[in-house]
Design a binder for this molecule. Structure first.
Ligand code: ZN
Length: 101
């Protein structure tokens, strides 16, 4: 683990905790700590029994370690998302141009 470079760890965290990352996007506050904030989607999922609280603990521990990274998971995710959106748009445009829609 220690031998991994930070951006490798960052990619791993985003992949392994994808469900948590997705849930966190539905929290009322974008800077939600997922503790006892109102409108926290992660706490709601734990209450519903859909999420193991120990996974939240592990995710938060890793997220804390990521503060040393220059880019947060959310930032890299939104960049990746808008990039793939852009690719999709370009592909759609190409289909229209080629007329094979
Ligand atoms: Zn939250």
């Amino acid at each position: 683990m220690r031998a991994l470079r930070l951006y490798d760890v960052s990619d791993g965290v985003a992949a392994v905790f994808q469900d948590l990352v997705d849930l966190a996007e539905h929290c009322r506050f974008s800077d939600c700590n997922h503790e006892s904030e109102p409108g926290c989607a992660i706490q709601a999922a734990i209450e519903e029994g859909e999420l193991d609280p120990s996974r939240l603990k592990r995710w938060k521990k890793l997220a804390r370690e990521e503060l040393y990274n220059s880019e947060t998971v959310a930032q890299s995710r939104s960049r990746t998302k808008s990039f793939s959106k852009m690719i999709k748009r370009v592909q759609a445009d190409n289909r229209i141009l080629k007329g094979d829609y």
